[in-house]
Design a protein around this ligand. Structure first.
Ligand code: HEC
Length: 414
């Protein structure tokens, strides 16, 4: 590496002069060139330090001032920065854990699009009856979760029905379960359709609800169907409710659900009234959350952003990553407000939130890695390896079983 390459063409003249000066002084000139952008470092060994001439001094300063990088800071300062970055990483991780407990469906790691829509917009326009029949069956089996399981795993003799079906039709258990599920889902859709079309009393009590042409094509358990003389398909809604619900929701039964009987049209109808939006985020809460995130997190992302710009990575990477997390945060918060108005934006909240997390992760890990020399890098790599191994172990041994248990215990048994 020649002097000219190190300092660049504008310094050519200065360099020539410097060389002349040094030659006259007969001194030893040491160039330390640790990185591409880092120019001349210290001049020579201690005995010659006093031999700095005006021009070499200037050259030295110019080379130094080309760009400041964290790597040039004293070791203690770099150690403090490394501690700060690690702390920010752990802090962000605990924020994710909190997010799990606050908004995620039991059994999932982080909130889904649906959870997000529920948190910002709320769940709307449905009666409790409808909600309980459309909510994902992974939700708790109770009045605020889902009753969908009543058609399958919580139905009387679910397992034996599968076995029977498999034997009768000479198919595998899996195929039998699939077919059975599809028919049971047809029952659910029929009840849902009846409820959505006004939960008509006569259709319920006469056990004679006219299915829509689309639904008539769906597999539905035969015993609940009837073809009327006019060719329409009729579903026996009250028979379905009796088979799938009153087993628990009947006065003669024991258990909590017996307090909420579903034996007559009146009792069922009570749950069919449309609820107004529930949940969702109040303006006050959203305003508060916006201000906390913009002020508090802006400080953090600002610092990590500035730090990444002072690394020795290529300019484009520093330029992109520096402001990235801050900007993603602003976009994310923008989507929170839109998401409160329209649940369709929930998807963008999930994406922009992920972008914030990724930005911070890159800023932290890349900056950490750039702070130290070879030994430091090796130590960091070993640490990262240990952490990922520990993380993998934690995931398989603790987190996954925990999530499975969480999903299970959320499913209240009778
Ligand atoms: C295996 C038993 C079981 C079956 C079958 C069942 N449920 Fe439930 N249901 C429950 C339990 C337990 C609760 C929670 C009761 C509580 O909050 O104490 C509940 C709650 C409800 C509630 C809320 C009651 C309230 O006022 O809080 C409704 C509505 C409901 N079920 C509808 C249905 C419908 C419709 C079906 C049939 C498709 C059904 N359930 C089948 C056990 C059952």
């Amino acid at each position: 590496m020649s002097l000219r390459q190190v300092a660049g063409p504008p310094f050519a003249k200065v360099l020539a002069k410097a060389r002349a000066e040094l030659q006259t002084a007969g001194s030893v000139f040491a160039y330390n060139q640790p990185g591409k952008n880092r120019a001349l470092a210290a001049l020579a060994a201690p005995p010659f330090v006093s031999l700095r001439f005006p021009v070499t001094e200037r050259l030295f300063m110019m080379a130094r001032s080309r760009r400041f990088v964290l790597r040039n800071l004293p070791f203690s300062t770099r150690l403090a920065i490394a501690a700060f970055l690690s702390c920010a990483g752990v802090g962000y991780f605990s924020a994710l854990v909190q997010l799990h407990f606050q908004h995620a469906t039991p059994g999932t790691l982080l909130p889904t699009e649906e959870d997000t829509a529920g948190a910002y917009y709320g769940r709307t326009g449905m009666s409790q009856f409808e909600r309980l029949l459309v909510t994902d069956s992974g939700k708790p089996f109770n009045g605020s979760g889902s009753m969908r399981q009543a058609f399958s795993t919580k139905a009387a003799g679910w397992k034996s029905s599968i076995n029977k079906r498999a034997k009768e039709q000479k198919i595998s258990l899996r195929q039998a379960e699939e077919r059975l599920r599809s028919e049971r889902d047809g029952e659910r859709l029929a009840v849902l359709e009846w409820a959505r079309h006004g939960a008509d009393r006569k259709a319920f009590e006469d056990n004679n609800y006219v299915l829509s042409p689309t639904l008539s094509k769906h597999p539905i358990t035969e015993e609940f169907l009837e073809t009327a003389p006019d060719g329409t398909t009729r579903a026996k809604i009250s028979s379905i409710v009796e088979s799938r619900c009153t087993r628990c929701h009947g006065r003669g039964t024991s258990g909590q659900a017996a307090q909420f009987p579903l034996e007559t049209w009146e009792q069922v109808h009570e749950y069919c009234e449309i609820e107004t939006t529930e949940g969702g985020m109040s303006l006050k809460k959203l305003a508060q959350s916006t201000h906390v995130h913009l002020i508090g997190f802006a400080m953090l992302y600002g610092l990590t952003g500035v730090l990444i710009t002072l690394t020795s990575y290529p300019g484009w990477l520093r330029t992109v990553l520096g402001p990235f997390t801050l900007l993603a945060q602003v976009v994310d918060i923008g989507f929170w407000w839109l998401g409160r108005l329209d649940p369709a934006y929930a998807r963008f909240i999930v994406i922009s939130g992920g972008a914030v997390a990724m930005g911070l992760f890159l800023q932290i890990t890349l900056s950490l890695f750039d702070l130290f020399g070879k030994t430091g890098k090796i130590i960091l790599l070993l640490l990262a390896l240990t952490l990922s191994l520990a993380g993998y172990e934690a995931k398989t041994r603790i987190i996954d079983p925990y999530l499975a248990k969480e999903a299970l215990s959320a499913t209240v048994t009778e």
